[in-house]
Design a protein around this ligand. Sequence first.
Ligand code: SF4
Ligand code: SF4
Length: 401
Amino acid sequence: MERLKYRDILYDDRQIGLWPTDKLKRVPKPTNDIVGTIERRDERESPFGKSLFGEYGEEIQREFMRMTRRYPLGASFWDMTDIVNNAILRKRNPVAPERAPIPEDPRVLSRHIKMLGHFLGADLVGIGPLSQSAVYSHNMKGRELEAPFKYAIVLLARKYEPTWNAANGWEEIVDPASFQAYQRLLMQTETMANYMRRLGFEAEASNMNRYLTLMPQVVLDAGLGEVSRMGIILNPFLGANFKAACVLTNMELEVDGYIDFGLQDYCSKCTVCAQQCPSGAIPRGPKTLYNGYYTWKLDSKTCSDFDVLNKEGCVCGRCTKVCPWHVPFAEPRDFDAWDGSNEWLHKYVDAQKARLVAENYVHPTEATDKWWFQLDEQDGKLVFYDERNEQKVCKEYPLQR
Ligand code: SF4
Ligand code: SF4
């Protein structure tokens, strides 16, 4: 314990991580109005769940079943995620019977866990209370879920900028770009949960393929964003260009609090995502009441159908790419001059919006940096489309299994 006195970073007020989270305005409740009880959701009732169970028809069910795996890089991510998940399920370490001799102060433990999250490679880490309304009632397999934990430690992984900027938002690489982030989060959250159990604390990871939690609410509650017009949570530094996973625990921690960077006002005056959405799933009008809170309600079936049936690529994330809160290649030092005000942030985002308009919503690297091949699995073979958006099969070769 004597050596702990040299661990200043655990005891002082220094910002943890590279992005200036300590300048964010903290508020006591979410910035979107919650007026009723938020009901727990069944994962089978999500648009992807309904696609899987055939509620949207045979074609959507068939295409959903092969959605990620029909593009070979997507299939590779899927396989590796599956292998790691199965290994974890077979060999999950138990909670140590005795607590490790470490400080009990929630603030010190919170700073320690956040440092760990960044050390593991997370771009941002936040801690929030775990609301039971954020826990799925059942998973896709129909298993009843319980998560008797007090806190969620949330990790964000930014999608790989050079590739994401070179894509139009619904090409073949879009799903692998998400899975690349999911894969990192899987290793980060499982390592963190494993470590916490070794210290004698209950901890369970919630990540890709085994999500126990609806991530938007968990991300919101951990002070990592606000509700956006896209219907998902947007972070002031990354926009919505990230994926999230979390570790649920009963270790006594200090929560970060909600944030207010003026997004409700900004989105009420901006409709870029709605205009650029290829399926028209994002509303252009005001918020409406949904499941106990006011939000811009995405037409999630229309969005999901576009994802599943996309013949020009695989899945879609066009809205997150063109939202001006996603500033391509943004770095923490871009915020050095930020005085903590929402006005400064909104001007920063307005400048990106002006660049988007000047570029006609096409990032310059889209013309030069598409490194992935246009492949698709059809009837057990990989086919190559020689021209984007024209499904001409110019080459066929047997699928490598
Ligand atoms: S993911 Fe694509 S289809 Fe869905 S809302 Fe965003 S832009 Fe529209
Ligand atoms: S594009 Fe505009 S309206 Fe849509 S989420 Fe981003 S800021 Fe909000």
